[in-house]
Unconditional design. Structure first.
Length: 318
């Protein structure tokens, strides 16, 4: 009997680990943050947050809409509330008419055009690299930062993918660099994907050459590729956080004289896709690099890139 009890406890512990591992750390953090916001709304208004009910959720969504919260945020909050209920063993019908109809009404009244963060385009990136190269900083710091930005842009990486890279994920070949991405947002089960970065004609902006210089000066030959500095320019063993990538982008944009308010860590990835589309790259080749599973977002980049190129107004003679 004791053996059976012990086995059940072990299975319960393993099951909890599986549940926690089913979502990325960033996703779990987002769920918690969203539900905490919902919990505050409930506490202020005398409602019970767990378990809750559709009419309370509907009121919360209306509350968000009256505070100019984007439709994408409303949808994400609704998903988070539903997921937390499931994980805690409570049933919540997020498809209840009072929620669905309210969301449709909010969408109709507000509209659902999403204004995303601006992409970092080729000229932006070159200006940033120029600024970094001219800085009066330790060469190690400059090489790390410029390599992060060049690799992030050229590979169409998400910011968490950039900082997750290890030395063993790299393979230098005659044509350039092969990078194995072991896990991503669209590959939570770690089936991995392979990206190829060729050498650039202009060595100053070549991500492969910049990475080679970074590896040489940092003497990294195992473990995390991009690490934190301690006491100025002393390199630590600790991996950078994805927030650091976003902060680097904003800091260097400011130094180039660009208002960084509408840029984020995603701006490298969207910048690659938009720049590739402007240069005539096909949809499938852009998706092969970025790892997008759906064509919807990539087509949005292509549409924006072709906004003036394929404009019917160009055919009209004034």
């Amino acid at each position: 009997m004791n053996n059976i009890t012990t086995n059940i406890k072990a299975l319960q512990e393993e099951t909890l680990l599986n549940l926690k591992s089913s979502k990325s750390n960033n996703t779990v953090r987002a769920y918690k943050s969203d539900f905490n916001h919902f919990g505050l709304f409930c506490a202020k208004n005398g409602f019970k947050s767990l378990p809750s009910e559709p009419k309370i959720i509907s009121l919360y969504l209306t509350h968000l809409s009256t505070n100019d919260v984007k439709m994408s945020t409303l949808k994400r909050r609704l998903v988070s509330i539903g997921v937390v209920h499931k994980l805690k063993g409570h049933y919540l019908d997020t498809k209840h008419p009072s929620i669905v109809e309210n969301m449709m009404g909010i969408k109709r009244r507000k509209g659902s055009i999403q204004k995303g963060k601006k992409p970092i385009l080729i000229n932006h990136l070159k200006n940033i690299i120029n600024v970094i190269d001219k800085q009066n900083k330790d060469e190690t710091v400059k090489l790390r930062d410029r390599t992060i930005l060049l690799i992030g842009f050229s590979g169409g990486f998400r910011r968490n993918e950039i900082v997750s890279l290890d030395y063993d994920d790299l393979e230098f070949v005659q044509e350039g660099l092969k990078i194995t991405l072991r896990k991503s947002k669209t590959d939570q089960f770690g089936q991995s994907s392979l990206k190829g970065l060729p050498y650039f004609d202009n060595s100053q902006y070549c991500p492969v050459i910049s990475l080679q210089k970074w590896l040489k000066i940092s003497e990294i030959n195992s473990g995390p590729l991009f690490r934190r500095f301690i006491k100025g320019s002393k390199l630590s063993e600790k991996r950078l956080t994805d927030q650091t990538v976003a902060l680097l982008i904003k800091e260097y944009l400011k130094q180039t004289g660009i208002d960084s308010k509408n840029y984020s860590g995603h701006s490298l990835r969207s910048g690659f896709a938009t720049s590739a589309a402007e240069s005539g790259a096909e949809e499938r080749t852009i998706m092969a690099m970025t790892g997008h599973k759906s064509t919807e977002m990539v087509r949005r980049y292509i549409k924006e890139a072709n906004l003036f190129k394929n404009n019917a107004l160009n055919k009209i003679k004034f």
